[in-house]
Design a protein around this ligand. Sequence first.
Ligand SMILES: Cc1ncc(COP(=O)(O)O)c(C=O)c1O
Length: 441
Amino acid sequence: MKAEPRCRLETLALRKQLIGSSCKLFFPEDPVKITRAKGQYMYDENGNEYLDCISNVAHVGHCHPEIVRAAHQQNQLLNTNSRYLHDNLVDYAQRLSNTLPEKLCTFYFLNSGSEANDLALRLARQYTKHEDVIVVDHAYHGHLTSLIDISPYKFRNLDGQKEWVHVVPLPDTYRGLFREDHEDPATAYASEVKKVIDQGHQKSRKFAAFFAESLPSVAGQIIPPPGYFQKVAEHIHKAGGVLVADEIQVGFGRVGKHFWAFQLQGEDFIPDIVTMGKPIGNGHPVSCVATTKDIAEAFSATGVEYFNTFGGNPVSCAIGLTVLDVIEKEQLQAHALQVGRFLMELLHQQKEKHSLIGDVRGAGLFIGVDLVEDQTKRSPATKEAEFITTRLKEEFIMLSTDGPGRNVLKFKPPLCFNKKDAELVVDKLDKILTELEKKNT
Ligand SMILES: Cc1ncc(COP(=O)(O)O)c(C=O)c1O
């Protein structure tokens, strides 16, 4: 470690020299060097404080002292692999199982969201003995080769769609195929899944899984119509496949009303496999797959061991357990609900004021502000979205965009984000939107 910190430009020059250029920076024209963080705030090398509206990884707050302490304490005692008995592993699985429907009672621990989704794919294929996968348009499920193949967000710019991959329309009732004026968008969107299954069967394709984020976040903070997943589950089960809910961005109480985002669909919906990542370790590389006994047993029946060197180690499990403790102790799920409602209210007021805002949607502290060039055509206001996030950075607020048109402002801050933070970010947003309107007249 270097004693004297480098200046920002020196770090940038070394990064350009040493790090693969496909690893992108936020604000590439003027990247920020963050040297420390606490709660929902991050600090650059000059001590400037930034409000973090981006990190759904620092779930209970950056550098939360209890998480840091738990890691340190366990690191001093032991860190090894899961081939030895250790209480942290079983305690953690037990605690996670208390948050899930009874059926999801078998756990695998891994290191990243991508690893979790890759294992989910293997489980689905082994259990069903089928190969094909249905995914929602614009989805992203990870960076491994297997997951690029099921991520339209990526494969459209690479080798294209594999024959075993089938893409269905995004259940987006704002800009999608069936909108808020449709009498039953849930059934209509689910029928698209059935259509793809029928077309596949005509070509003798067999379906292993339907994969989706419970709330498609990468696709632009989408809230699927209630009942959608129940109907999709019916179709995919009839085809002999399973339903995988990717909770990597949206799990662990973020949506406020429930601990898991798939629960927003109603108690009658239970996925066959749930994948977890990002917030699970508050920044420490942890991930998890939860599934049913039957699926896990089919996977074991191959006789091939599943071994993951770091997955489920005592330190990772101690951290994961403490994340759950802090969520409970600080009542962060209820806080997400309350603050999320407040932020939505403020954003709705902005929608009334600024024609650039086409839609405000969300659940808890998972919120999207969809910017449009034209309220009727709902054409994405991509350039304006980029201008806004760049200007917000100048105001010391970190916010990102997503969606196929990169026009959706994504709010997914650490859950300790409070009402004062909400007022601050909306106040700045109002100021920038007013600036933009003046510029355009
Ligand atoms: C929805 C979703 N699934 C999976 C992943 C992959 O997770 P990781 O980057 O931890 O491999 C991501 C990462 O951005 C994601 O957003």
